[in-house]
Design a protein around this ligand. Structure first.
Ligand SMILES: *Cc1c(COP(=O)(O)O)cnc(C)c1O
Length: 462
């Protein structure tokens, strides 16, 4: 090896004197800059030793590379992406996105002291749950409400409070696993309640529950919405009314895990099979729970609503403290719930709702806009096609929503390579591949991002 090439690597101290590095130190701090300079020079040295590199170092290029590395090392790991998958509630991409109003509320509460647990009227200590208690009461006519970290925690708290060391009756057809980690039998075990399965996988009748009720042993009748699967064919399950009636007769609380839970009628949103929060309560169920960041379109949270006497018991359970919600969650949730007082406003402001409701015509218009931006890019062909998106988030697996996509191909590389390269964009673009076509689904893409997508596609083929 020619020792001169090793000597061409500048000393770290010298590198740091360049105007670019001085600026980087101001912006990112000296430690990061020095570390990155070491990393890059070390890589060059190693390449020289192994013989992979035989040419001298150009100090200017080296500084550019260090700058690039500093940028990559200091950028946030958790950062925004463009969802072009057509899956509205994409679990891996953060499920629901907040409305502008809710995001602003989070910002205000994060950056200021707040009334979190302070009652300004009396000057005394308040409750963090008071901010949503009244709102939920007005929205779904429940007696009381409680919010915890997520719906899994909500179910855990409900069972631990109402059925510790006692029996919970559930239909065999509802022992679901959701998202790999939420399994009804395991949550039940963690809550220290005893699972009593009734019926069969496809059929459970009211008399199955009835026969399993044991005086002083049965603490809860539980119904779980089978969010992510559907049993077809000869099936039978018990209606909410019947179950509520049975609970009332035996003085046993009836609990319903709704999973997603919607304030709107699913049918009016071209969706089927998604239980409505108010209807569930009206059918006489004592306690229901649902997620904040599925169809509600709010922050991650587990919302519990129902009879005051049961919710008061939960508030006193020490477990509540361990799974309590943060002020930012409460801010986002309160702002989201307030939008629901006017459905027109909710549909306009809450991204999940507007994405469910957007018409084929509007989608087509967006697709044409994107197509226009992709015109005259060498080797790139883009076509509009009709395809299907999904709700996602463990909601409505059978529910495919007709959508409009732009299919993109290039003569330069495969669709997999397009996909991979777009994942590397500054703002990663996550599309989907279907039948060997790379698709950008307009339902989940924001109009403001069309220009960026076109720019990045142009970049990768150049
Ligand atoms: C999604 C879901 C859960 C889990 O809710 P998280 O908010 O993700 O904790 C529990 N039960 C049902 C039926 C669900 O659909």
């Amino acid at each position: 090896m020619d020792m001169n090439i090793l000597k061409s690597i500048p000393k770290i101290d010298e590198l740091l004197k360049s105007p670019q590095m001085t600026r980087a130190i101001t912006n990112y701090g000296k430690t990061v800059v020095v570390n990155c300079a070491r990393m890059i020079t070390e890589e060059k040295r190693n390449a020289m030793v192994t013989g992979d590199r035989t040419e001298l170092i150009d100090p200017e290029k080296l500084v550019d590379q260090i700058e690039e590395r500093i940028y990559r090392e200091s950028r946030m790991s958790l950062r925004p992406v463009i969802n072009a998958t057509g899956i509205i509630l994409h679990t891996n991409l953060g499920r629901a996105i907040l409305s502008e109003t809710a995001a602003q509320a989070v910002y205000d509460i994060a950056r200021n002291y707040s009334t979190l647990e302070y009652n300004c009227a009396t000057g005394e200590r308040g409750s963090r749950y008071s901010h949503i208690d009244d709102l939920l009461g007005k929205l779904c006519s429940c007696e009381s409400a409680l919010v915890v970290n997520n719906n899994a925690a909500a179910v855990l708290l409900i069972l631990n409070t109402l059925a510790k060391d006692q029996e919970v009756i559930v239909s065999r057809g509802e022992l679901v696993e959701i998202g790999g980690a939420f399994r009804v039998p395991e949550v039940m075990e963690q809550s220290n309640s005893i699972l009593v399965e009734v019926g069969t996988t496809n059929k459970t009748r009211i008399r199955d529950y009835e026969a399993a009720i044991h005086f002083e042993k049965t603490a809860v009748l539980l119904k779980v919405h089978t969010s992510n699967y559907k049993i077809m064919g000869f099936t039978e399950d018990v209606s909410l009314h019947e179950l509520a009636e049975l609970g009332r007769k035996n003085d046993i609380p009836v609990v319903y895990d709704l999973g997603s839970g919607a304030f709107f009628k699913a049918g009016e949103y071209h969706l089927s099979d998604e239980p409505n929060i108010t209807d569930s309560l009206n059918s006489g169920i004592d306690v229901i729970s649902f997620s904040g960041d599925k169809l509600l379109g709010g922050p991650q949270a587990g919302i519990i609503v129902g009879k005051k006497k049961y919710i008061d018991m939960m508030k006193k359970n020490p477990l509540t403290r361990a799974i309590r919600v943060d002020k930012m969650t409460l801010a986002a949730l309160e702002a989201t719930l307030r939008l629901y007082f006017d459905m027109n406003l909710a549909e306009k402001e809450i991204p999940i709702l507007s994405k469910l409701l957007i018409s084929q015509d509007e989608l087509l218009k967006k697709a044409e806009q994107l197509l226009a931006l992709l015109e005259n890019i060498p080797t790139l062909t883009a076509t509009i096609i009709e395809d299907f998106g999904q709700v996602g988030g463990g909601s409505m697996p059978n529910q495919m929503i007709p959508s409009v996509c732009v299919a993109v191909e290039t003569t330069l590389f495969s669709v997999n390579a397009i996909d991979k390269q777009l994942h590397q964009s500054e703002i990663p673009i996550i599309g989907r591949i279907n039948k060997n076509r790379y698709l950008l689904d307009l339902r989940t893409i924001e109009s403001k991002d069309l220009g960026y997508i076109a720019k990045e596609l142009k970049k990768i083929v150049e």
